[in-house]
Write a protein that binds this ligand. Structure first.
Ligand SMILES: Cc1cc2nc3c(=O)[nH]c(=O)nc-3n(C[C@H](O)[C@H](O)[C@H](O)COP(=O)(O)O)c2cc1C
Length: 245
């Protein structure tokens, strides 16, 4: 099959017909994969609690109608509260419903996505790569990277505005979480799930007066290496720089 036909087939739900539902890992009784990674054990940064119920700020209508992709960022840093707000709004877990229940929908509630952030300019937070742990609402420090601003731009195929962000959201996927239930019909729903997460980030940015831009053009290996993920069981799928305006 050529790449165009393969791409069309991938977008259709006929893939599901090819799945033997009695032979999935779930049907065979394989234990459900965990919803999120364990901390790597370097340092955990507890994030401020976020209040989504304030009456201040723009209305939903304003947020929806003003949303746009923004690529011109000022150099003013984000606050830690703003970063906590964006992480919670896009990848946060519902308190009381358990870590697996998030603020975005997911096919079969599998949530193959992970959120890692490259912190460039956030008040009180050293530059580096962090993983968001939704269940604990904290950041798990992964690694320091020399020349991080340049590295994120290179990972984004030299889209230079990315280097001016305060923080770059990198969404990786752990496909096994979804494959456990949907086997060969997993890839499309994982991609759909990612769209919801990114849209929540757009809306939360608009609400806070920050800017973001979805990015699907990135260098797979440079990005995976930057994040420190293996490129097989976990790999980059989407990113979005966030900056002040
Ligand atoms: C899946 C996806 C991938 C995108 N990739 C890029 C990208 O690599 N670089 C970029 O500058 N914009 C990218 N964009 C932003 C689009 O160019 C933008 O959404 C589109 O021009 C419409 O503008 P608006 O978001 O302001 O409505 C992407 C958007 C989506 C949804």
């Amino acid at each position: 099959m050529d790449a165009i036909k393969e791409g069309r087939a991938w977008l259709k739900d006929t893939l599901r017909d090819a799945v033997d539902s009695s032979a999935t890992e779930q049907a065979k009784g394989v234990p459900m994969p965990p919803f999120e990674k364990e901390p790597v054990g370097l340092s955990l940064i507890q994030l401020p609690e976020v209040d989504f119920h304030t009456k201040e700020g723009p209305s939903l209508g304003e947020v929806l109608t003003q949303r746009a992709s923004r690529r011109r960022f000022a150099q003013k840093p984000l606050t830690l509260y703003e970063l906590a707000f964006l992480l919670k709004a896009s990848a946060g877990a519902h308190q009381g419903r358990g870590t697996g229940w998030r603020f975005t929908p997911s096919a079969g509630n599998r949530h193959s996505e992970e959120t890692l952030v490259a912190v460039l300019r956030v008040e009180g937070l050293p530059q580096g790569i962090y993983r968001y742990l939704a269940g604990r609402h904290c950041l798990d420090f992964q690694r320091s990277v020399p020349n991080l601003s340049e590295e994120v731009a290179v990972a984004a195929r030299h889209q230079l505005f990315v280097a001016r962000a305060g923080v770059v959201f990198f969404w990786t996927v752990v496909p096994h979480r979804t494959k456990w239930r949907y086997s060969g019909a997993s890839a499309k729903v994982i991609a759909l799930d990612l769209g919801h997460v990114c849209q929540n980030l757009y809306l939360a940015c608009e609400y806070l007066g920050l800017g973001t831009c979805a990015i699907a053009a990135y260098d797979q290996k440079r990005s995976d290496d930057l994040l420190g993920v293996d490129g097989q069981e976990e790999f980059t799928a989407y990113l979005a720089p966030v900056g002040t305006l």
